[in-house]
Write a protein that binds this ligand. Structure first.
Ligand SMILES: Nc1nc2c(ncn2[C@@H]2O[C@H](COP(=O)(O)OP(=O)(O)OP(=O)(O)O)[C@@H](O)[C@H]2O)c(=O)[nH]1
Ligand SMILES: [Mg+2]
Ligand SMILES: [Zn+2]
Length: 356
């Protein structure tokens, strides 16, 4: 298997070791786009379509097992007119997911094998530290280096920009953050500094913040379509509808994604613990081990909020994510019971009221 030329696409010993254990004619390729049940695959010198082999589908247990943008797969290429058959997804170095809010405890795949996430907010009304925290949690959970980028700095006076940048950088010690403008080009050299050849980057953020515009700026050509935001509320129009991987002129690999409508349904674990390490550290000092940090005596978290050691907004966001998480993590059965109990309670309260 000649894989020398795959290194420009991010191939490295991690994947090579796995591929070496496989026998047969399947070749490694990187997934650059997903369209329902068809995957666009890339090797150094060609692009081709792939579909999942029957055996692959049979063995796939959940959405997590399907190929995502950025994945390395082994595919059997047959002829020029028929799609290649994807036989295996190589173990990922990282995986960006979000939990879907449906009934099933399911995940939506965002991108695989991403090294760095560019978390983008625009300075024209999209700037929000609580939202940034959520994205930071998402990146931490996936074990991906986050970089906070603030777009449209042409719309904001310098003093205000610096103030916002400082607020963002203060969220997590050592967080890289920068402002830029796709329109004036200001700050773009600083963004380029984060890029390295054969490393994989993912653009994350609300619709309309300028993710595709940044891709185009960095590529110095229009790779992706962009559209103006709605004037009334500066909300984006969800122009980008699919995730796709592009090779930038300098050799960096960039995944553009559709703006996310909301970012609920987070996991707890490493993600939240990392981003809210200040609160988690305090929580260990609460008098009661099962302290809910809402009303208890001797709650170190509440004490810190009262003493302005922790901003109230940060505390509220922490508590909100905690609630979401504990609900998300219940089994479907537990949820039903809880919902039923709640329904019953509502009924009883109504009865009491009527009976009065
Ligand atoms: N003033 C200003 N406008 C910008 C900047 N970057 C992007 N825009 C504008 O913002 C609008 C939205 O940009 P897009 O790049 O399409 O946004 P997106 O994040 O890709 O949005 P979705 O694909 O919907 O998720 C376009 O009209 C851009 O011209 C910037 O730095 N400054
Ligand atoms: Mg876009
Ligand atoms: Zn407490």
């Amino acid at each position: 298997m000649d894989t020398m030329n795959l290194q420009n696409l991010g191939w490295d010993p991690w994947f090579a070791q796995q591929a070496a254990l496989e026998q047969g004619p399947a070749v490694p390729a990187r997934v650059t786009a997903v369209h329902k049940e068809i995957w666009l695959l890339k090797t150094e010198d060609q692009e081709f379509l792939g579909e999942a082999s029957g055996r692959f589908l049979f063995n796939a247990l959940s959405a997590l097992d399907m190929p995502a943008v950025g994945d390395w797969v082994l595919a059997r290429v047959s002829g020029p007119d028929s799609p290649a058959l994807i036989e295996k997804v190589l173990a990922r170095k990282s995986l960006l997911t979000r939990r879907t809010s449906g009934k099933k405890r399911d995940f939506q795949l965002i991108a695989a094998n991403v090294d760095t996430a560019f978390i983008i907010q625009s300075l024209d009304g999209n700037f929000n530290l609580r939202r940034l925290e959520r994205y930071l949690v998402m990146a931490a959970e996936a074990k991906i280096r986050p970089v906070a980028l603030f777009s449209k700095c042409d719309l904001m006076p310098e003093a205000e920009r610096l103030e916002k940048l400082a607020q963002a950088a203060a969220l997590v010690p050592g967080l890289s953050a920068a402002c830029f403008s796709n329109h004036t080009g200001e700050g773009l050299p600083a963004v380029r500094e984060f890029l390295a050849p054969a490393q994989t980057y993912c653009l994350l953020g609300s619709s309309g913040v300028g993710k595709s515009s940044l891709l185009n700026s960095l590529a110095q050509e229009d790779m992706q379509k962009t559209l103006p935001v709605r004037e009334a509320d500066s909300k984006g129009r969800h122009v980008t509808t699919a995730r796709e991987l592009f090779v930038l002129p300098g050799g960096a690999l960039m995944i553009d994604t559709p703006g996310m409508r909301e970012l609920g349904n987070m996991g707890w674990d490493d993600g939240v613990a990392g981003v809210f390490s200040d609160i988690e550290t305090l929580a260990a000092r609460c008098r009661y081990a099962d302290c809910s940090h809402t009303a208890e005596e001797g709650c170190a978290v509440l004490a810190a909020v009262a003493a302005d050691g922790i901003p109230a907004g940060r505390y509220e966001n922490y508590m909100k994510m905690r609630r979401e998480f504990s609900y998300q993590d219940m089994t479907l059965y537990e949820k039903r019971v809880k919902d039923k109990k709640f329904g019953k309670m509502v009924k009883e309260v109504m009865k009491v009221k009527k009976g009065r």
